[in-house]
Design a protein around this ligand. Structure first.
Ligand SMILES: [Fe+2]
Length: 363
C-alpha cells in the first residue's frame, strides 16, 4: 500500500498561502527562532491575527526534549486549540507532531513509553519545513528526547503525519551552504535505503530513483549557487522521501547513526555521510542484489554509482569518514554492540560482524 495523503502546496509562505489551509480560530505556532527573524514571519503572523488567535512559541531545541513540549502544554492549559503550524527543521516539526497528539487529549509520554496505544484523534497540523532532507513533514514518526531518563525514541503511527504541508524553497535557501549540503545528503540516504530495504516496494523504488536523479542533478547548484529552482526540486523530492520512509524503512546506516550521533555529538546527516563511506562498499563486497538493481535503474554499474556519490560529496565538500567524527578502529566493537532496532531489513546484515565491516570500511 502506498498513499500520498497530506495536502501539499508549493509556493511562497505568506498570509494568503497559509489561509488556504482550514486551520480554525485557535492556532499554536511553533517556529524556530532563526526562521522567524530572517523571513519576515512576524508580519505574516500579524496578518493572521486578524482572524485567529495565535499562540507563538520559538523555544524548541534540537532533538525536541520533553521539557520543551511540556512548556507549551503548561502555558496553554485549558485552551481549546484547533490546529498547529510548525515552521522549522526536523526537531520543530517532530515536536509539533507530538503536540498535535497531546492536544488531542492523549499523553504523549504514555505513547512514547508504550503505556498507551497510539491514539486515533489529534488536532490538525500544518508543517512548513525549512530544511530539505529529513522528510519529517510527511513521515509517520516523531523523534523526541526524554532528557531526564536519557532516552531518545519515537511516537510512531500514521496519525502523527502532518495534515498539510507548505513547501517554500526560499526558506530552505536561507540555510547555510554546509547545512544544505549535509541535509541534502540525508535525503539521498532515504532514497537509497528505502530502495535497498527488504520492506521496499515497486512504488517506493520508482520514487527513490527519481529522488536520486534529482539530487545528483540539482543539489550542487542548490547549495553552491543558491538557485531557487534547483532548491525547490530538492525540497520536493525530500518531502516525497518522507512517504518512502513511511512505507519502507531505512537500513544499517540509520541504525548505526543513532549510536554515533550522541557519542560524537555530531548531526544526523554528518554521521550518515561518514557511515556511507563504508556501507556502500560493504553492499558492493556482499554483492547485494537490490544494490545492483538500484545502479542498473540509474543506467550505471555499481562502481559508477559509488563514484558518482563520491563526486557529489567532493563537490559539496562533505567527503569524510568516521575518523573525522573522532572515531578510531578501537571504537568499532563498542559501537557495533550498541546498535539496536530492526537490522534484518538491511539485506547486507548477517550479524554484528556486518556492522564491524561497515565501520572499518568507513574509517
Ligand atoms: Fe535520515
Amino acid at each position: 500500500m502506498y498513499s500520498i495523503k497530506p495536502d501539499i502546496i508549493i509556493e511562497k509562505v505568506s498570509e494568503s498561502s497559509i489561509k488556504k489551509f482550514p486551520l480554525g480560530k485557535e492556532i499554536l505556532v511553533i517556529s524556530s527562532k532563526t526562521v522567524s527573524e530572517n523571513h519576515g514571519l512576524h508580519e505574516i503572523f500579524d496578518g493572521l491575527k486578524n482572524d485567529s488567535q495565535l499562540h507563538i512559541f520559538n523555544h524548541v531545541r534540537p532533538d525536541a526534549p520533553f521539557e520543551d513540549l511540556d512548556l507549551v502544554l503548561d502555558k496553554l492549559k485549558g485552551v481549546e486549540l484547533d490546529s498547529i503550524i510548525a515552521i522549522g527543521g526536523g526537531s520543530t516539526i517532530d515536536a509539533a507532531k507530538a503536540l498535535s497528539v497531546a492536544f488531542g487529549n492523549t499523553s504523549y509520554k504514555d505513547v512514547f513509553y508504550g503505556r498507551s496505544p497510539i491514539p486515533t484523534e489529534k488536532i490538525k497540523l500544518l508543517a512548513i519545513p525549512t530544511t530539505a532532507g529529513t522528510g519529517a513533514e510527511l513521515s509517520f514518526g516523531a523523534i523526541l528526547y526524554d532528557k531526564v531518563n536519557g532516552k531518545k525514541g519515537g511516537i510512531r503511527g500514521e496519525i502523527v503525519q502532518p495534515d498539510y504541508v507548505l513547501i517554500d524553497a526560499n526558506l530552505h535557501n536561507g540555510c547555510p551552504t554546509a547545512l544544505k549540503a549535509e541535509v541534502g545528503f540525508d535525503c539521498l540516504t532515504h532514497a537509497i535505503e528505502t530502495y535497498i530495504s527488504k520492506k521496499s516496494t515497486a512504488l517506493v523504488r520508482i520514487q527513490s530513483i527519481n529522488c536520486i536523479k534529482t539530487i545528483f542533478q540539482h543539489l550542487v547548484p542548490a547549495c553552491k549557487n543558491d538557485s531557487i529552482e534547483d532548491m525547490e526540486k530538492v525540497a520536493i523530492v525530500s518531502t516525497l522521501m518522507g512517504i518512502n520512509l513511511a512505507f519502507s524503512s531505512t537500513c544499517l546506516p540509520h541504525r548505526i547513526q543513532y549510536v554515533i550521533g550522541p557519542m560524537t555529538e555530531t548531526s544526523h546527516a554528518q554521521g550518515l555521510i561518514a557511515i556511507y563511506k563504508g556501507w556502500l562498499k560493504h553492499l558492493q563486497q556482499e554483492n547485494i542484489e537490490a544494490f545492483n538493481l538500484l545502479a542498473s535503474d540509474l543506467n550505471l554499474t555499481v562502481d559508477q554509482f559509488i563514484e558518482k556519490v563520491d563526486k557529489l560529496k567532493n563537490e559539496l565538500n562533505i567527503n569524510f569518514g568516521i575518523t573525522k567524527l573522532g572515531l578510531h578502529e578501537h571504537n568499532i566493537n563498542e559501537i557495533a554492540n550498541k546498535v539496536s532496532g530492526n537490522m534484518q531489513v538491511d539485506p547486507s546484515y548477517k550479524d554484528r560482524s556486518s556492522i564491524n565491516n561497515v565501520l572499518k570500511l568507513a574509517l
